[in-house]
Write a protein that binds this ligand. Structure first.
Ligand code: AQP
Length: 335
């Protein structure tokens, strides 16, 4: 049924409650592909354990992330929604591609550098080779397009390099994927330190808007957002905080920078921050209501997980069989 459709793949780690960055940079854009593409959206729990996770919380957040996918508009009938560790081919291809990825390439990954600084007591080998697992995630499904925030661009470039290298050795095996990076919301910044990206594992709760934050919390966090000593609502390189808030406001209202500047001319930051908070909370309210309904229905989420894993595994098996044959692994057939 999907034979002629091009493939989209993306994933989100269940490493915390998802943020406005995850939403505007990635998930909100996923459903736009559902009609035209065969879409695989994965909860990448194997990536999450590169940083130490509490097992009960990881399990809960895996369900939560799946429920959020659906609440954000991803219909499980039209998209393959699944959990990475339910399809063993991810780890299998990840290992194989480790052997086609250079140490030097992985050493250059900025996320590795950032995350090893943040987790100095646990710089494990998985944190280092995590990008190759992401390469495997993408290549397993012969993906053409990967919707991501700009922080993942470097990993996508690595994916293209590894796929090209593998194809050059063994002949056409993998489709070379392209990134799909949204123009304006590719990098939503921290509300507390607007030079840093908003991250779900940020320890400062005021830095991060969570998709599930109640309205009063969202408004309070925006009110506290770091801006600058001026009072003019205007996008500029030296006004990172205000520019970030303008990006968020524009994403929820569809207004251009000029319209926003006109709307808040002479009004100061207080009114602006309140308006951003309200626009954001109002837009997230239906997602939150749908999430509450879905999260209470674990049996339904398990049905979705199972159907998604079966569908993904079928497709992954086709790529794995090709890869195994090409690299010279033996196959045993049942008699
Ligand atoms: N601040 C952001 N702005 C725009 N897009 C973002 N993404 C993440 N943060 C922003 C995009 O969300 C998708 C899922 O991200 P992930 O869960 O795979 O991990 P991440 O990129 O490491 O995101 P976090 O929130 O920073 O997680 P932690 O704190 O656990 O490391 C990706 O497409 C990403 O680009």
């Amino acid at each position: 049924m999907f034979k002629d459709k091009k493939v989209v793949f993306s994933g989100v780690q269940p490493s915390g409650v998802l943020t406005l960055g995850n939403y505007l940079g990635a998930i909100k854009n996923f459903s736009a592909f559902s009609d035209e593409y065969k879409c695989y959206y994965c909860v990448v729990d194997e990536h999450a354990i590169t940083v130490r996770q509490n097992p009960a919380e990881l399990r809960r957040r895996t369900y939560e992330t799946l429920a959020l996918y659906i609440a954000c508009g991803l219909d499980p009938q039209k998209n393959t929604l699944f959990v990475q560790s339910h399809v063993s081919a991810h780890a299998e291809l990840g290992w194989i591609l480790d052997c086609y990825t250079m140490f030097g390439e992985l050493s250059r990954m900025t996320q590795f550098k950032d995350k090893s600084q943040k987790n100095a007591d646990n710089i494990n080998a998985g944190l280092f080779t995590y990008p190759t697992l992401m390469v495997a995630d993408i290549l397993l499904y012969q993906t053409e397009l990967v919707p991501i925030g700009s922080d993942q661009k470097q990993h996508l470039e690595l994916t293209r390099d590894v796929a090209t290298r593998f194809n050059a050795i063994y002949g056409d095996t993998f489709v070379i994927p392209d990134p799909y990076i949204p123009q304006t919301t590719a990098r939503i910044m921290s509300l507390a330190e607007p030079s840093k990206k908003m991250s779900k594992s940020d320890e400062n709760e005021n830095a991060v808007i969570r998709i599930l934050d109640p309205k009063d919390v969202i408004i309070r966090k925006f009110k506290r957002a770091v801006t600058d000593s001026g009072c003019e609502v205007r996008r500029a390189d030296d006004k990172e905080g205000v520019s970030n808030l303008m990006t968020i406001y524009s994403a929820f209202t569809g207004k251009t920078d000029e319209e926003i500047e006109r709307e808040f001319a002479g009004k100061g930051y207080g009114d602006f921050k309140l308006a951003v908070g309200e626009a954001c909370a109002d837009a997230l309210a239906p997602v939150q209501a749908e999430f509450a309904r879905l999260a209470a229905d674990k049996a339904y989420l398990e049905d979705v997980m199972l159907a998604g894993a079966e569908d993904a595994a079928r497709s992954a098996a086709r790529t794995m069989s090709k890869v195994r044959r090409k690299i010279g692994f033996t196959e045993i057939r049942r008699k």
